[in-house]
Design a protein around this ligand. Structure first.
Ligand SMILES: Cc1cc2nc3c(=O)[nH]c(=O)nc-3n(C[C@H](O)[C@H](O)[C@H](O)COP(=O)(O)OP(=O)(O)OC[C@H]3O[C@@H](n4cnc5c(N)ncnc54)[C@H](O)[C@@H]3O)c2cc1C
Length: 393
């Protein structure tokens, strides 16, 4: 059995690994020339962490994780306004939260391919999928610049992210499924040091209205930055465009001295995209399944995108692993979708609820967030706040 997986992000890499370990031959197609360097720190807990333990990926992720002690909210002068104790949340989540830089996670998933799927997965970097076909006889995929040499297979996995080409071609244009949440987010790293010793092992977030900068000191000596800001025209999607730096400098001018320094060092090309969810009535078409952000992006507000990408890919592997003939593919895909879609929809609802506390619109909303954070130290309330943040796992 042969699968073509489009996208070597976290979902595509883990799906390819699981299919390869079950004996499938896998062509993994990625348009970037290599693993992507973009991305911010991600909390990793819940179903993805459990799945990572089950499929043997956990040790590789734990090896590159950061020990975060707290989230500090700071005012324009760098003074703490309130803090969230991370260890407390880790304890309430059964001690199981990792903090990982997105590119570190992707590299760990890439390195883990050979643990179990040696020789079964062929990765082509710098290969962009331009056309896909899927019918009851199989799937075909053409690559940009190679229209006359389509790849063929029994199964197509569209793990090509929130702006999926596979989805656009087989399910319809992006604007039918992309639900913007009224903001954008940019992520990049700059040379450090920018943050003083007080903030070692701590996330620093500006306690601001309608925009927020998050900074974290990496072990490399660099600083990872996440900039989120309101944008009601967010449907106009922009990915890593050259004018991102200028736009960010305009949006974040004067927020704080540390943010000004980050903006001075901001690279010209950065990840800068709409914060949005993907909501689709169905993820399967003939022999094709959408996976990860392509089928059900939850947005960074849900804080679970990578966790769900890994858990979904592992579950897809469970359903497809035992399939020994083409007739078994569609029922396996239907079983996967039936089991997994409600979990993704629940995380999407949580992401939408988190929008107001993530970027307060007014001083009153900001005060409410401070109150909730301070109350999180009170026994009893801590559980309610933790549940809101880490879900019910
Ligand atoms: C700033 C930021 C902070 C985040 N914080 C968190 C967090 O705290 N916790 C968390 O769990 N998640 C977080 N996320 C979300 C998380 O990164 C994603 O949800 C998750 O990685 C899903 O990955 P994916 O593999 O589905 O998609 P992607 O990572 O987008 O991968 C898709 C891949 O497909 C490739 N591709 C696209 N089109 C084509 C094509 N035509 N041909 C070939 N290849 C193609 C792309 O280059 C890419 O490598 C955050 C995201 C951002 C941006």
């Amino acid at each position: 059995m042969k699968a073509v997986v489009v996208g070597a992000g976290i979902a595509g890499l883990v799906a390819a690994r699981q299919l390869g370990s079950a004996g499938w031959d896998v062509e993994l197609i990625e348009k970037s020339p290599g693993p992507r360097p973009d991305g911010y720190m991600m909390d990793f807990f819940g179903p993805g962490l459990e799945a990572a333990e089950r499929i043997g990926l956990y040790p590789r992720l734990a090896a590159v994780a950061y020990q975060v002690e707290a989230v500090d909210y700071v005012d324009g002068k760098g003074r703490r306004t309130c803090s969230l104790d991370y260890n407390q949340f880790a304890r309430l989540a059964g001690g199981k939260i990792l903090s990982l830089l997105r590119p570190d996670m992707e590299r760990a998933a890439l390195a883990a391919l050979d643990d179990v799927a040696r020789g079964r997965v062929r990765i082509s970097y710098g290969a962009q999928v331009s056309r896909v076909w899927s019918d009851h006889d199989g799937v075909r995929v053409t690559l940009k610049g190679l229209p006359d040499a389509p790849l063929a297979g029994d199964l197509l996995v569209g793990a090509d992210g929130i702006h999926s080409t596979v989805r656009a071609q087989l399910f319809g244009p992006e604007d039918e499924y992309l639900r913007p949440l009224g903001m954008r987010a940019a992520a990049f790293t700059v040379p450090g040091p920018l943050l003083d010793e007080r903030f070692r092992n701590r996330f620093v977030l500006t306690d601001s209205i309608d925009r927020m900068a998050g900074l974290y000191n990496l072990r490399t000596g660099e600083v990872a930055a996440l900039l989120a800001y309101r944008d009601s025209t967010a449907a106009a999607v922009c990915r890593g465009s050259g004018d991102a730096r200028e736009r960010l400098q305009g949006e974040f001018a004067g927020l704080s001295a540390a943010v000004d320094r980050v903006l001075e060092a901001c690279p010209e090309h950065v990840y800068d995209d709409v914060v949005a969810q993907i909501i689709l009535p169905g993820w399967q078409k003939e022999r094709t399944i959408l996976l990860g952000d392509a089928s059900g992006a939850v947005s960074l507000l849900a804080g679970q995108g990578a966790s769900l990408a890994i858990a979904g890919a592992a579950l897809l592997g469970d359903f497809l692993g035992p399939v020994a003939s083409a007739d078994g593919i569609r029922p396996a895909l239907a079983g996967f979708e039936e089991r997994w879609k409600p979990v993704v929809e629940e995380a999407q609802a949580a992401g939408r609820r988190a929008a107001s506390s993530f970027l307060p619109r007014s001083k009153a909303q900001r005060l409410l967030r401070r109150w909730v954070i301070r109350a999180s130290r009170v026994p009893g309330i801590d559980r309610a706040v933790a549940r809101r943040i880490v879900g019910s796992h």
